[in-house]
Design a binder for this molecule. Structure first.
Ligand code: ADP
Ligand code: MG
Length: 202
């Protein structure tokens, strides 16, 4: 079972990975966007870590809703509302259970990803974060062993955005010139899934 502490560990690990990879995320965004994705997420996840350090909410759902609110209020740009929605919707789907089974979390995260697609109007193949998130949630299952498969699927999905032409977000303004670069949001989503797998065995 996964408790609130597991979810705090996940998001704290995600914040550390975002810190480590901020320069790479910004570099990816400088190729097909406006070079702020690393800084945007660093600001957001720093706020998430601070909010959770001030006191871990009692339930998994409350941890994710708290984190989602921080991302929405602190991250400028497209990715803040999208990542905020991902975590808030996942948290809402978990309800107020003090512990959740991996399979219930997988189902909740699928709802979160669907909410991202609904908010941004994007789908797989549009060269966005969804190209990492959708393959990841597709392989999440009833055991935490599947979290590693989700990490790998997200990483692979992010790489597969390289030959894609962007159809959503700022990168879509580049048309053909968006081809040949990894999508920054897909890259950061892969970090989020890597942090999830890493949180299983502290
Ligand atoms: P901005 O584009 O406003 O500068 P960021 O640089 O923080 O915001 O985030 C850019 C990332 O957001 C993109 O790489 C892409 O993955 C994601 N993104 C942008 N628009 C959408 C959308 N409509 N649906 C899903 N993801 C999107
Ligand atoms: Mg940007």
């Amino acid at each position: 079972m996964l408790d609130a502490e597991f979810f705090r560990r996940w998001l704290t690990a995600a914040a550390a990975l975002v810190d480590e990879e901020a320069a790479r995320l910004t570099e990816l965004d400088s190729a097909i966007g406006d070079a702020d994705h690393g800084a945007n997420l660093q600001r957001g996840f720093t706020a998430v870590t601070a909010a959770l350090a001030a006191g871990t909410p009692a339930t998994p759902g409350a941890v994710l809703i708290t984190a989602g609110k921080e991302l929405i209020s602190k991250v400028g740009g497209a990715s803040g509302p999208l990542y905020g929605t991902l975590l808030r919707r996942t948290g809402k789907a978990l309800g107020d259970a003090p512990e959740v089974a991996p399979g219930d979390f997988a189902a909740a995260l699928r709802e979160g990803v669907a909410a991202v697609a609904a908010l941004g109007g994007a789908r797989a193949g549009d060269k966005t974060m969804l190209d990492a998130l959708e393959p990841a949630v597709a392989v999440l299952g009833d055991s935490t062993d599947t979290f590693e498969a989700a990490r790998d699927a997200a990483g692979q999905g992010a790489l597969e955005t390289i030959p894609m032409r962007a159809r959503k977000g700022r990168a879509s303004y580049l048309g053909e010139r968006s081809i040949g670069h990894e999508d920054p949001g897909a890259a950061s989503s892969a970090l989020l899934m890597a942090a999830l797998a890493g949180a299983v065995r502290p």
